[in-house]
Design a protein. Structure first.
Length: 253
C-alpha cells in the first residue's frame, strides 16, 4: 500500500536504502539529499525520485518539512498507465514542479495536515501526486523558445511566494529552461531582468496594499523586503515618491 507522510528531517546526516520507491516533495525550508553521489538541495516546488534499493543520504537544513510518498513496486502495476508509472523510477532524479503542480501540492498538503494517519484519504493524496508527476515527466520538454515563457504562470508563482526570496533558478524551473537561458530569453521578452521583474511585481503589489490601509511594516514583510527602510528606498526609486505620500494621495482621491 502507498503511504504518505509529512516529515521534518533532523539536521544530522543519515543514509539508507529500502525495498520500495520514494517520491519526495519539498514543502518548507530546505533539505539536502545525496542520491548515488549526486547531491542537491530540495526546497519548495522541488523534489526527487528515489528508486527502490537505491542508497541515499539526507538531512534537514534548519526548519524544514517534506512530503514523502512510499510506493511498493507492485503498487505501480495497479495504477493507470502503469508502464509509464514504472518508468518514473527507472533511475534516481531531481525535478522542479511547474506552477500548476506547486498549487496542487500545497492544496493536497493542507488535506494531509488535517487527515488522521489511518485515513484512506492519505493514500488517495499520495496517489494523486504520483499520477500528476507521471503526467509531468512523460510530457516532452518544450523547445527553448520565448513562446514558452508563460508570464501569467510566473506572475501567479510570484504572488503566491511574495513573502520570501524568489531565485532565478526557481523561475527558470517553471519554464523548463536553464537559469542562464531563461535569463536571456526573459530579458528579451520583457525588456527587464527576472530580478527587476520580481522587484517591480513586489512594488506594484505593495502600492495596492497601501491603498487598502496596510502599515508600511506589514507591507515590507509581506512583499519580501528585508526591512522597512529597504522597502521605502525601493518604493521611492520606482515610483518617485515615498510610501507615505503615496498613501496620502490615494486617500485624498
Amino acid at each position: 500500500m502507498t503511504t504518505t507522510e509529512l516529515l521534518t528531517l533532523p539536521d544530522t546526516a543519515n543514509h539508507h536504502d529500502h525495498k520500495y520507491h520514494q517520491l519526495v516533495f519539498g514543502l518548507e525550508g530546505k533539505t539536502e539529499f545525496d542520491i548515488q553521489g549526486r547531491g542537491e538541495h530540495v526546497g519548495l516546488g522541488q523534489g526527487c525520485l528515489v528508486p527502490s534499493a537505491t542508497d541515499h543520504a539526507f538531512c534537514g537544513i534548519g526548519n524544514n518539512r517534506i512530503v514523502v510518498i512510499n510506493i511498493p513496486t507492485e503498487a505501480l502495476d495497479a495504477m493507470p498507465l502503469h508502464a509509464q508509472a514504472n518508468h518514473l523510477f527507472d533511475k534516481a532524479s531531481y525535478f522542479t514542479l511547474d506552477n500548476q503542480r506547486q498549487v496542487l501540492l500545497q492544496a493536497i498538503c493542507q488535506e494531509i495536515k488535517n487527515t488522521p494517519a489511518n485515513s484512506p484519504l492519505l493514500q488517495a493524496c499520495g496517489t494523486t501526486l504520483l499520477l500528476s508527476m507521471q503526467n509531468l515527466l512523460r510530457q516532452p520538454t518544450p523547445r527553448k523558445s520565448l513562446a514558452y515563457i508563460d508570464l501569467a504562470a510566473l506572475d501567479l508563482h510570484i504572488q503566491l511566494n511574495m513573502a520570501r526570496k524568489i531565485s532565478i533558478a526557481e523561475l527558470a524551473g517553471l519554464t523548463f529552461l536553464s537559469p542562464s537561458h531563461f535569463h536571456a530569453c526573459f530579458k528579451e521578452k520583457t525588456g527587464v531582468t527576472p530580478h527587476q521583474y520580481v522587484l517591480h511585481k513586489r512594488l506594484e503589489y505593495s502600492k495596492q496594499k497601501l491603498a487598502c490601509g496596510w502599515t508600511i511594516l506589514q507591507i515590507a514583510e509581506h512583499c519580501g523586503f528585508s526591512s522597512q527602510s529597504a522597502f521605502t528606498h525601493a518604493f521611492r526609486d520606482y515610483f518617485q515618491t515615498t510610501p507615505g505620500r503615496c498613501r496620502k494621495t490615494s486617500t485624498e482621491h
